[in-house]
Design a protein around this ligand. Structure first.
Ligand SMILES: CC(C)(COP(=O)(O)OP(=O)(O)OC[C@H]1O[C@@H](n2cnc3c(N)ncnc32)[C@H](O)[C@@H]1OP(=O)(O)O)[C@@H](O)C(=O)NCCC(=O)NCCS
Length: 243
């Protein structure tokens, strides 16, 4: 079977290639990107590596495009993680933390951590070892009513920063803050079970880095590093890692 085309778009260390597997040399975070639109015959091939549960979930989508993208996202995730642990993708097992964050069950690599995000035609996967990770990608929709989303999900300080940004940058500022926020909530493993307004983000002057504040819990805030992932045309993306 041909693997989908994975592109490594970021890694903070080299990779060791040994025993047929790819494994982090000194605890890097690898960020992989892949397309979710494949030809029908390719979708059928990727579907073969899914578990019965995943196939069931795929079949519950009403629209064929959503079904196919789910299959490609989860099949590709299996193919990618299979390389890290040197196991056939169809044999990988997953479970979830109590808050629903997926984990790979693998006795030889128990500390491997990953996180998946998909939006429209694109997926990103972050993979690391021994520390939590969260990733988020969103297609930038210039027609999105981001001001009303911000009113509901942003802190007053974030809303003020958005209003203060130049009008031509406001939409991109919103998507930067939004993906950073979601990547933090996903790294924590809570997703939107935790209120998005319980964490506050400040986009720094360079507009490339972000500071996290968690009222009454500065220790928790210091636990996380946030990176805006640049250079994905038409999308905003962010990564949060522990440490
Ligand atoms: C996790 C969450 C933030 C994802 O938001 P999103 O923008 O729709 O989706 P993304 O593409 O960025 O991420 C989705 C992936 O995140 C992962 N994920 C799911 N729950 C997660 C969690 N609690 N923490 C981190 N990652 C999670 C999964 O791999 C998921 O892929 P899938 O939906 O194809 O299975 C959101 O769905 C959420 O808050 N979920 C928790 C609340 C909930 O509904 N729980 C029900 C199941 S316990």
């Amino acid at each position: 079977m041909n693997d989908p085309q994975f592109a490594l778009i970021g890694s903070n260390a080299g990779m060791n290639r040994g025993n047929g597997c790819i494994y982090p040399a000194d605890n890097p975070v690898d960020v992989w990107q892949f397309e979710l639109d494949l030809a029908m015959d390719e979708v059928a091939e990727v579907e073969r590596v899914l578990s019965p549960d995943e196939r069931g979930r795929a079949n519950r989508f009403k629209h064929a495009d959503d079904r196919d993208r789910y299959i490609i996202a989860h099949g590709s995730l299996r193919m990618l993680l299979g390389r890290y642990v040197d196991e056939p993708p169809g044999q990988l097992e997953f479970n979830c933390t109590p808050n629903g964050k997926p984990r790979l069950v693998n006795p030889t690599r128990p500390s491997l951590r990953f996180n998946l995000s998909h939006s429209d035609k694109l997926a990103l996967v972050a993979v690391t070892c021994g520390r939590e990770v969260g990733i988020d990608v969103e297609r930038i929709d210039p027609n999105c009513d981001f001001e009303s989303i911000a009113r509901e999900f942003f802190t007053p300080a974030e809303q003020a920063a958005l209003r203060a940004s130049p009008s031509h940058e406001r939409c991109s500022t919103f998507f930067k803050l939004w993906t950073c926020k979601e990547s933090v909530l996903k790294a924590m493993g809570e997703g939107f079970q935790r209120s998005p307004t319980s964490i506050s983000l400040t986009l720094q002057r360079d507009r490339k880095s972000v500071e996290l504040e968690i009222p009454q819990d500065s220790t928790e805030a210091r636990r996380w590093s946030i990176r805006i992932l640049p250079g994905i045309t038409g999308y905003a993306a962010a990564l949060t890692i522990e440490g």
